[in-house]
Design a protein around this ligand. Sequence first.
Ligand SMILES: C[S@@+](CC[C@H](N)C(=O)[O-])C[C@H]1O[C@@H](n2cnc3c(N)ncnc32)[C@H](O)[C@@H]1O
Length: 248
Amino acid sequence: MSTQQSEKEFFDHTYDTNARKSVGQVYSLIGNRNKAYEDLIYSNVEGKRVLEYGCGEGSHSLEIAQRGGLVTGIDISEVGIRKASEAAESAGVSGADYQVMDAMNMDFPDNTFDVVIGEGILHHLDLDKSYSEISRVLKPGGKAIFQEPLGHNPAMALFRAMTPKLRTDDEHPLLHKDLKLAGKYFGNTEFKYFHLTSFGALLFLKFPFFYGMVNFLDKVDAGLFKVVPPLGLLSWYCIMVMSKGQSD
Ligand SMILES: C[S@@+](CC[C@H](N)C(=O)[O-])C[C@H]1O[C@@H](n2cnc3c(N)ncnc32)[C@H](O)[C@@H]1O
């Protein structure tokens, strides 16, 4: 079975059954990271052509359309795309269009989008193919903004090994070499790392001080990454901002 077919089957089932909602606990860590991502993807979208790459059930596309962006969402999962379209229709949003499409072989002409965004999608794909496709459909001067998990931290590898039903066989949380590879396709790359010591806050999830602790440890992490930059690679997640220069 091709990786595209196995990803499609896994996510069609996941979206049909809401299977991923059960891991909500670990995801209670992500508030500050999501805010940093949303600040980037929601700024200046009015009138812009935005592609949400691997949008699943809609992810951030609806909000972008509500802010005046002309958004196209693509995903390999027919169930995800159906749910995303239904959500846009029931919200009465007209600037959002959803299509079932392989992210590594897109139908769009070159230089179509001002911005390409995506969350938790690159690590499901062949990176040479997907970076090349993203760069191809971005207009000169356009920007790609992603948030993706990293694969160097042993504690996070253990968490993944303990939750195999939540993931596909093709997933490969990104490594240093994968971040470096982005430089081959984009003139400029910037990476911001999240969740190293803050991952430990999960031990205190049931306590009322949990969210205060996460906020504090997120600040500790930001300080650590500033003083010892390579520690960023041991974190759980990375926000990637890749821009295409006029001649890329
Ligand atoms: C972890 S989910 C993230 C979904 C969405 N970005 C979100 O944050 O809710 C990964 C998504 O990648 C999609 N996907 C996997 N392989 C794909 C491919 N070759 N082309 C397009 N989408 C793909 C899956 O169907 C799934 O919706």
